[in-house]
Design a protein. Structure first.
Length: 642
């Protein structure tokens, strides 16, 4: 029975129990210990290999490209005020313009139709998607064409599946990047597709108190771990929210730091513990999902445990999916250390599974070998990671497993990202009034950041982790040319000191036109998406990228490098046809980035009518989770075809 974990004294007791002698612990909860196969406990004990080596993979290389191809800058005279603030009408009757119809409108049309026809639901939602899209491009008289689209909203007619998400971060509890967004949004969307979803996360001490207070004590047990010869406390704290159950794995020995990621010396044991405890918790709760959906290297050992130590336990019947959100991070450490903490049998430490080279094991690599399916967060990235350039030394392994690999692009949560209701914005706006109200948000942003308040200035935003992945060396190489008197740049991010200091330097040098917000601030991120005209994402590689999607949804035009999900989600603007929804460049060169920025500026300053059309097209583009969640659901059904 669930009971509230009300007082801190209990918390303290939990810590103490963690340190209790193994025998006593086993006595206290002997039933739960059975969740770990007995064979494991009998493993020959090798010498502990607690290493003090420094974290190798955590350090990203830093480069400093200095290419500064001169590009045409926009002359001051051209920096005209908007030619027209009126919203150009979107042609809903033109079938070639189907993308321009707002998502909400799409739903309305389908809903209207459902009521009018009261047709019996017959087709799967996956089949309904094209028909639904067709509905947008036709006028009301042609409505019968889309009669089959209605099933999307008939949840009870969809096959039901249970899914356990296992990952290391989830908005709003803890988030450092896109993974946190996906772990929040995808389960909620899956609930709407008739999935029963549990999200299993570490109970980090840094989770805000307001959420800690809402958690309910769900149970506890003790679990042995690898060759440590100890039993570890596993508490389960639960929070149910909007149809999704969140189970937090509690152990203060592992999760009391103020940050989810520390360094590999600490992270390897904590995520070995977490992966095993998550499966043991499912057994303990007697909640056996059809699918276990794991995310990134922190949950990389889950598919390995599932097919080894947990194979003969109830959870062993679940099928597993491993999603790669960023291949750069793999959880690599020397073999004895990973063996020591994980307790995995010798046979998984071979070159086909966990073994990376003569000395190291790779937790993600093992997961990829044992998972039933592998996904990554865009189609292009799924191809790229099979090449030496993007494969991070796993390209051969991924090519070998390419038969079970596929790309499903991320979406954004329209509840969390909605300019019409966003409480962080100075002024809310929608597709109908974006051109007027975006200006007000721009002025408010300039005021907030101490920039010169001038609605005629072209404001470029950059919201990012400040790491080598994000193309910041390109940005820093061209700042002087970008700041031509008509342009302002706003950077929001934290990360490598080198980049933080570079942007601080630019803020100091270009006061009033360059703003460096070296911080993590959700609300400010929302205001930048709303107030900027364009958003830069010049990444060296980008598995999916969410900032360009957020930007488009807020009517801010993305300027991106054609890689990974950026390539899949941003169609380059074509000055001859007027098509496209952003500005792009291909090779990783500063000159090409500058060229893309200048193309954007030229359109902004010389043809505002067409610029505004792109703004509206971006806002109308469907970047929600709906379509992607359906693809995940299909994948679940493919693995569980009963
Ligand atoms: P990654 O996962 O590689 O960090 P993504 O583009 O997939 O990059 O996701 C980044 C997410 O984190 C976006 O939702 C973005 O708005 C948010 N974000 C990044 N940096 C900050 C910051 N400094 N403050 C607030 N939000 C941020």
């Amino acid at each position: 029975m669930a009971r509230k974990k009300a007082n801190p004294a209990k918390k303290e007791a939990a810590v103490k129990r963690t340190e209790a002698p193994a025998a006593a612990a086993v006595e206290e909860k002997s039933v739960e210990v059975q969740t770990v196969p007995a064979a494991e406990a009998k493993k020959p004990k090798t010498k502990a290999a607690a290493s003090t080596e420094s974290a190798p993979a955590a350090q990203e290389k830093k480069t400093g490209a200095k290419e500064t191809t001169p590009a045409e800058s926009v002359p001051a005279a051209e920096a005209k005020k908007p030619v027209s603030k009126r919203a150009p009408a979107i042609k809903k009757t033109d079938p070639t313009q189907e993308e321009t119809a707002p998502a909400a409108e799409k739903k309305e049309i389908v809903a209207k139709k459902t009521a009018a026809t009261e047709k019996k639901v017959t087709s799967a939602p996956e089949e309904a998607a094209p028909a639904e899209r067709e509905a947008v491009s036709v006028v009301e008289e042609t409505i019968p064409v889309v009669e089959e689209a209605a099933p999307v909203y008939e949840i009870s007619n969809l096959p039901r599946r249970s899914v356990a998400f296992i990952g290391s971060e989830c908005h709003p509890f803890v988030k450092t990047g896109g993974l946190g967004d996906v772990m929040y949004a995808l389960p909620r969307e899956l609930v709407r597709l008739n999935c029963d979803v549990r999200v299993i996360l570490p109970r980090y001490a840094c989770i805000p108190q307001e959420y800690q207070d809402k958690m309910i004590y769900r149970g506890e047990f003790y679990m042995d771990m690898g060759l440590t010869n100890r039993n570890y406390y596993v508490g389960i704290m639960e929070y149910v929210w909007d149809g999704v159950v969140y189970d937090f794995i509690d152990n203060q020995e592992f999760f009391s730091a103020g940050n989810p990621y520390l360094n590999l010396v600490d992270d390897i044991p904590r995520y070995c513990f977490f992966s095993k405890a998550a499966l043991a918790a499912l057994n303990y709760m007697n909640w056996i999902p059809d699918i276990i959906h794991c995310h990134d290297w922190q949950a990389g050992l889950v598919p390995v445990y599932l097919r080894t130590l947990f194979k003969d336990t109830p959870v062993g019947r679940a099928r597993s999916i491993l999603t790669i959100h960023n291949l750069r991070f793999q959880g690599i450490y020397n073999i004895p250390t990973i063996q020591y903490w994980s307790g995995l049998p010798n046979e998984v430490f071979n070159m086909g599974a966990l073994q990376q080279d003569w000395v190291n094991a790779n937790m993600l690599k093992g997961g990829l070998a044992y998972a039933d399916r592998i996904t990554t967060v865009s189609g292009t990235y799924a191809h790229e990671i099979q090449t030496a350039e993007y494969g991070e030394r796993l390209e051969d392994h991924l090519r070998y497993h390419s038969g079970k690999l596929r790309g499903i692009v991320n979406g954004i949560d329209y509840g969390m990202w909605n300019p019409e209701t966003d409480p962080a914005l100075a002024v809310n706006y929608g597709l109908g009034n974006v051109l007027d109200h975006k200006m007000e948000n721009k002025l408010a942003l300039q005021r907030e950041l101490g920039l010169e308040q001038d609605e005629g200035k072209f404001v470029i935003g950059l919201i990012s982790r400040l790491t080598n992945q994000k193309g910041l060396d390109l940005v820093s190489a061209i700042i002087a040319q970008v700041l031509d008197g008509n342009t302002q740049v706003v950077v929001l991010g934290t990360g490598d000191k080198q980049y933080e200091d570079t942007f601080r330097y630019y803020e100091n040098t270009y006061r009033g036109t360059f703003s460096a917000c070296i911080q993590y601030d959700e609300a400010r991120a929302h205001r930048i998406y709303a107030g900027a005209d364009a958003l830069l994402v010049p990444s060296r590689f980008e598995p999916c990228g969410l900032t360009q999607l957020n930007a488009m949804h807020y009517g801010t035009i993305p300027i991106v490098r054609e890689t990974g999900g950026l390539k899949d989600t941003v169609e380059p603007y074509n000055e001859y046809t007027g098509d496209g929804n952003g500005f792009t460049f291909d090779r990783y060169e500063a000159g090409l980035l500058l060229d893309a920025i200048n193309r954007a500026k030229t359109l902004y300053f010389t043809n505002r009518y067409h610029w505004d059309e792109v703004v509206q097209r971006d806002m109308a583009k469907d970047v929600s989770w709906e379509n992607s969640a359906r693809q995940y659901k299909n994948l679940y059904l493919e693995l569980t075809p009963w």
